[in-house]
Design a protein around this ligand. Structure first.
Ligand code: GLN
Length: 534
């Protein structure tokens, strides 16, 4: 019988509900339990694929090619599991199903309503996520905050769900803000009292309250929350600010949350092994030096590059090197000055022309000055454009994404993408294999001949230009098995210059850093040392 944990949030967004859910998952995994996580997003988009990174942060891609909420990235990284399409549902996706059922006559003439038809589908999604992974514990995070109009059916569904599976089999955890008023220096519990009152108003009594605060809560504050919110005092858990996210599992464990969860869900386990996580933390917390890596992109909102930033951190963990990450605006006129301060340059994925010419300049700078470089997806495409323009004599080379009349379309739309009209879920998505060239940097980094990586693109290196690129010294070191699609390119006359058509950041874990990121950080650290010597 699967046990269920529902995490909800109060007051405001960005309190870290996703990280809290991921943390609980890691703690239960360390007790030997098989865990999965489902993110339920109350917005109307069918999936996150069509959402702007400015508003919503990055789109996280799973092995099976689902375009999902970035919280799935936290779950995968913290718990070290691979999720799929069933692990993220939205109002749009579920309504789509309900409406199709209605058209097919499946409701036998009933008046189709939010309760029970929509809520029944939501409950089916929860069961489906648990079943798909055969999890012993299924954590379900409800997006948004309690009280949002669009979230109401979700809270109703989880309220019903608990009654159906029984009190011993489901648990509600609510995350709330406990602010300190700067003028009075006082810790305030009223926000928490109010959000719990709102939750109780819709029939959900939390079992555990996670309190986001500047510092660990004093006993009297915990006592107050316990009294007003009707939870035992040991179930009021401090979630203080941390220097780094990866410290959170250790803090939560100290607060005793795992024992409480195991007890409340009648889960019996003898295992308790956090060593993999604490070993990783030790490496992170005791760096032997540091380096500065610039993400040369166009968004100045960290969530837009969440997995890339995390993967850079993992690269640092691999080498015991602290990575100072700078977000560089490729549209700035002071680009060159900013590039000079970097030990490594990363050009991430993206869409549209804005910022491209600056990305190309950053890549040229990296290539010509021996600065370690990693290009991802659009970063690979920009690297190929740069190489064609500056090394192959094709000054007007471009991608047809930016200039459909270019005389040298070195990047062009994939054939199978050309007739697609719908924007949602139609890119080349998810895992595809690539074969690596023996003796290449890629083969050395991966220590493999064949790899599988996650993709999200419509354009590719034009097959017609493979030859001229190679003749001028670019190595195509990763190819699709049919030999037609360039998956990795590298420039051997350089300490570290490599770019991938896929997104390596989605498979990187703190406990298993991705080789392309580890390679970049290792090379950047060496570059930083050389720079100091000069
Ligand atoms: N816009 C490019 C494409 O569609 C790159 C996509 C990306 O970087 N994810 O191929």
């Amino acid at each position: 019988m699967t046990k269920y944990i529902f995490t909800t949030g109060g007051n405001l967004s960005s309190l870290g509900k996703g990280i809290a859910s991921a943390t609980i998952g890691r703690l239960l995994k360390s007790r030997g339990l098989k865990v999965t996580v489902l993110k339920m997003d109350p917005y109307l988009n069918v999936d996150a694929g069509t959402m702007n990174p400015f508003q919503h942060g990055e789109v996280f891609v799973t092995d099976d090619g689902a375009e999902t909420d970035l919280d799935l990235g936290h779950y995968e990284r913290f718990i070290d599991i691979n999720l799929s399409e069933v692990n993220n549902v939205t109002t749009g996706k579920v309504y789509d199903r309900v409406l199709r059922n209605e058209r097919e006559g499946k409701y036998l003439g009933a008046c189709v309503q939010v309760i029970p038809h929509f809520t029944n589908e939501l409950k089916a999604c929860i069961r489906n996520a648990a079943r798909a992974s055969r999890a012993e514990v299924c954590i379900v995070e409800i997006g948004g905050t309690v009280g949002d109009i669009e979230g109401a059916p979700f809270y109703e569904a989880i309220r019903q769900f608990r009654n159906e599976v029984g009190r011993d089999n489901a648990l509600f955890i609510h995350l709330s803000l406990v602010p300190t008023l700067t003028t009075a220096g006082e810790v305030k519990t009223k926000l928490t009292q109010h959000t719990v009152k709102e939750l109780r108003g819709i029939g959900i009594q939390p079992d555990i309250i996670l309190c986001r605060a500047k510092a660990p809560l004093e006993d009297d504050i915990k006592g107050k929350i316990s009294l007003f919110c009707d939870v035992p005092v040991e179930c009021v858990i401090s979630a203080p600010d941390v220097n780094d996210l990866y410290q959170i599992p250790v803090n939560f464990e100290k607060e005793g949350i795992t024992e409480i969860i195991l007890d409340k869900l009648s889960l019996i386990t003898d295992e308790n092994d956090m060593s993999e996580w604490t070993e990783m933390l030790k490496r992170q917390e005791n760096p032997r030096g540091k380096c500065t890596i610039g993400i040369c992109g166009k968004y100045f909102f960290k969530d837009a590059y969440m997995s890339v930033m995390e993967a850079l951190k993992h690269g640092g963990i691999a080498h015991r090197v602290g990575v100072d990450i700078k977000l560089i605006d490729t549209e700035t006129s002071a680009l060159k000055n900013q590039l000079k301060k970097l030990d490594g340059i990363l050009v991430p994925g993206g869409f549209g022309y804005r910022g491209i010419e600056g990305k190309i300049k950053a890549i040229q700078f990296a290539r010509e000055n021996g600065v370690p470089f990693l290009g991802i997806c659009l970063g690979l495409q920009s690297a190929v454009i740069e190489f064609a323009r500056n090394k192959c004599g094709l000054a007007a080379a471009n991608s047809t994404e930016f200039d459909d009349k270019t005389p040298h379309p070195v990047i062009d739309m994939m054939l199978e993408q050309r007739d697609i009209k719908d924007k949602g879920g139609t890119m080349r998505l998810g895992l595809y294999p690539a074969e690596l060239k023996a003796g290449s940097l890629a083969a050395k980094l991966y220590k493999a001949k064949k790899i599988q990586e996650r993709h999200r693109h419509r354009f590719e290196v034009n097959l017609k230009h493979h030859k001229i690129l190679q003749q001028n010294g670019l190595v195509i070191s990763g190819l699709s098995p049919d030999g037609k699609l360039a998956e990795i390119v590298e420039y051997p006359d350089h300490p570290y210059f490599i770019a991938a058509q896929f997104h390596p950041e989605f498979k990187s874990r703190p406990t298993r850093p991705h080789p392309l990121f580890a390679g970049l950080v290792g090379a950047a650290f060496e570059h930083a040392k050389d720079k100091k010597k000069d």
